[in-house]
Design a protein around this ligand. Structure first.
Ligand code: SF4
Length: 289
C-alpha cells in the first residue's frame, strides 16, 4: 500500500490525478485547473445525516468536504466550496486524525466528498488512520470525473465508491461542466470501481459495508441524458447496481444563464426517467418522489 501512496503523490509532480491531466507541478506548490496545489483545504469535517439511508444510517456519515473541484458545473449545488474555494488549510496529520475523531463520534463511515484532486492525501490518511484503529468503511463520494489509471491505485483503500454519472452526452458535459471528455472517463471509471468493490453489500441494519452506489441527478429538460446514463449502467455494469435517482436539482450558481435549466426540474421529467429506470429492470436504489 505504501508503494501505491508514493505513486499517487508522484502523479502530482505533473498532475494527472484527474482526466484533465493539466500537468500542474503541484508538489512544488503550483495550482492546477482545480485551483489546488500540495496543501489540503477542507470546508467541513462533520457528522452528516443527509446522504442515502445506507450511508447515513441512524448514526450519520463522517463527512469531509474538500475545497475546489476539477469540474465547473454551472448548476453546482455546493458552489461556494467547489467553485469559490471556501475552506481552511489542514495538514496531512490533521486529515488522518480527523478520520479517527469522526469514528469516535460513532459514525457509520468516513465519507470523502469531492476527493479526486486530493486522492493521494486521502490514501495516505486512510493508511495512517487504519494503523491507528480506523475500522469503519471509507466512502469515495465523487463527481465521477476520474482518471481510471489513478483509480487502480486506490484499490484496497476505498470500501464504498459513490460516484455520480452526470452525463451520457459530452455535448452537455461541455456546455454545463466545462469538460470535453466526461463520458468516456466516467464510464471507464464506473466499470473500474465495480471491478474493485462489486455490488453494494449491506449489514443486518441496512448500512453499507462495501460496494458501488451510483448517483444521478436528473437535470431539467434533459431526460434523454438521464436515460442514456441508465442505459450505460444496465448494459455495462448491472441492473442490480444501487442507483440513487436524485430529484433535488435547484437552480444554483450560474444555471440562470441557461433557460432550459432555469425553471427547475418538473415532476413530469423526473417520473419519466423513473419509469424508464423501472422498465430497464433496476430494483435497488432510491427514488425521490
Ligand atoms: S486534479 Fe487538478 S491539478 Fe490534477 S490534473 Fe486534475 S485539474 Fe489538474
Amino acid at each position: 500500500m505504501k508503494h501505491k501512496i508514493e505513486e499517487l503523490f508522484l502523479a502530482m509532480d505533473e498532475c494527472v490525478l484527474c482526466p484533465r491531466k493539466c500537468k500542474a507541478h503541484r508538489n512544488k506548490g503550483q495550482k492546477g485547473f482545480c485551483r489546488s496545489a500540495d496543501k489540503i483545504f477542507v470546508a467541513s469535517r462533520n457528522v452528516h445525516f443527509g446522504e442515502e439511508p445506507p450511508i447515513s444510517g441512524q448514526r450519520g456519515s463522517g463527512t469531509i468536504f474538500f475545497s475546489n473541484c476539477s469540474l465547473n458545473c454551472v448548476f453546482c449545488q455546493n458552489y461556494p466550496i467547489s467553485q469559490l474555494g471556501n475552506g481552511v488549510e489542514i495538514s496531512q496529520e490533521e486529515l488522518s486524525a480527523a478520520l479517527i475523531s469522526l469514528q469516535d463520534k460513532g459514525v457509520c463511515n468516513i465519507n470523502f466528498v469531492t476527493p479526486t484532486h486530493y486522492s493521494a492525501h486521502i490514501a495516505k490518511a486512510i493508511f495512517d488512520a487504519r494503523s491507528k484503529g480506523l475500522r469503519v468503511p471509507v466512502v469515495y463520494n465523487s463527481s465521477g470525473y476520474e482518471n481510471p489509471e489513478i483509480l487502480k491505485l486506490l484499490e484496497g483503500f476505498i470500501d464504498i465508491y459513490m460516484p455520480d454519472i452526470k452525463y451520457s452526452n459530452d455535448v452537455l458535459a461541455s456546455k454545463y461542466s466545462n469538460v470535453k471528455d466526461y463520458v468516456s472517463n466516467n464510464q471507464l471509471s464506473l466499470i473500474e470501481m465495480y471491478r474493485q468493490v462489486g455490488e453494494l453489500e449491506l449489514d443486518e441494519n441496512g448500512i453499507a459495508k462495501r460496494g458501488l452506489l451510483i448517483r444521478h441527478l436528473v437535470l431539467p429538460n434533459n431526460t434523454r441524458n438521464s436515460k442514456g446514463a441508465l442505459d450505460f449502467i444496465a448494459r455495462s455494469i448491472s441492473t442490480n447496481t444501487f442507483v440513487s435517482l436524485m430529484s433535488q436539482y435547484h437552480g444554483a450558481y450560474k444555471s440562470q444563464n441557461f433557460p432550459e435549466l432555469a425553471d427547475g426540474l418538473s415532476k413530469k421529467d423526473y417520473l419519466e426517467v423513473l419509469e424508464y429506470m423501472d422498465k430497464l429492470g433496476f430494483e435497488n436504489g432510491w427514488r425521490q418522489i
